[in-house]
Design a protein around this ligand. Structure first.
Ligand code: CDP
Length: 209
C-alpha cells in the first residue's frame, strides 16, 4: 500500500505520515528532507542554490545518510530547500529515489508537496492537509520556542508566506491538491484528531490493487 500525504509547511503532514506508517507497518519517507539535504550541500559548498548546475550537482551527492542530520531543520535550510526545489533538474534527480522507496517491501507512506500528483500518482490513498497560514506559523513558532530559540511570530509568519508562495507558484510540480486526494483541514485539529480523520477516510477507501 502506498499512502501520499501532501500539504504546505507545518500542516501536520510529517506527524500524520509517521503515525500512519507505524499503524500500517509501512516505511516512511519525509521527502522534504531530500530537498533540505540538497540545500544543505549547496550552502556548505558555498554555491548559489539558485544556480541550476550547482543545485543539480548537490542533488547528485545526496545519500540516505544525509537525511537524519539535525542541521537540515534550520529555517535557512528550509528557505533554500524551496529555492532548489523549483529547479526541474533537482526534482528529476530525486524522483527515482522516491519512487523506488515507495515500491520497496509492503509499500510506504511518503509526505511532501507532489507525492499524489507527480511521485506516486497511483497511490492507494492520497491525503492533502491544509491549515490557515496563521495556524501553521503559530505551530512552527511554538516548536522553535520549545527548542529554546528566540523566534518572533511575525517573522515566522512572513517566512512561511514566502515559502508557500514559492512552492505554489513554481512551474515544476507545484504544491496543489490531486483531484482524487482527500482534503483535511487541520486548523482546529490536534495530531490525534487528524490521525483519526485520516484512518476513517482510509477505512472507506477501496485499495487500488
Ligand atoms: O517540514 P516543512 O513542511 O516545513 O518542510 P519540508 O517538508 O521539509 O520541505 C522543505 C521544502 O522542500 C518545501 O518548502 C518545498 O519547497 C520542498 N519540497 C518539495 O518541493 N517537494 C516535496 N515533495 C517535499 C518538499
Amino acid at each position: 500500500m502506498i499512502i501520499a500525504v501532501d500539504g504546505p509547511a507545518a500542516s501536520g503532514k510529517g506527524t500524520l505520515a509517521r503515525r500512519l506508517a507505524r499503524h500500517f507497518g509501512l516505511n516512511h519517507l519525509d521527502t522534504g528532507s531530500l530537498y533540505r539535504a540538497v540545500a544543505f550541500r549547496a550552502l556548505a559548498a558555498g554555491a548559489d542554490p539558485a544556480d541550476p548546475d550547482a543545485a543539480v550537482a548537490a542533488a547528485r551527492q545526496v545519500t540516505p545518510r544525509d537525511l537524519d542530520d539535525q542541521r537540515l531543520r534550520d529555517e535557512k535550510v528550509a528557505q533554500t530547500a524551496s529555492v532548489v526545489a523549483a529547479i526541474p533538474g533537482v526534482r528529476a534527480v530525486l524522483l527515482a529515489f522516491q519512487r523506488e522507496f515507495a515500491r520497496r517491501g509492503k509499500g510506504a507512506v511518503l509526505d511532501g508537496r507532489d507525492i499524489g500528483t507527480v511521485v506516486c500518482p497511483d497511490a492507494d490513498v492520497k491525503l492533502f492537509l491544509t491549515a490557515t497560514v496563521e495556524a501553521r506559523a503559530l505551530r512552527r513558532f511554538k516548536e522553535l520556542q520549545a527548542e529554546g530559540g528566540t523566534a518572533i511570530y511575525e517573522r515566522v509568519l512572513q517566512d512561511m508566506k514566502l515559502r508557500d508562495a514559492r512552492d505554489r507558484e513554481r512551474r515544476t510540480a507545484p504544491l496543489h491538491r490531486a483531484s482524487d486526494a482527500f482534503e483535511l483541514d487541520t486548523t482546529a485539529l490536534d495530531a490525534d484528531a487528524a490521525f483519526a480523520a485520516a484512518l476513517r477516510f482510509i477505512g472507506e477507501t477501496k485499495p487500488r490493487r
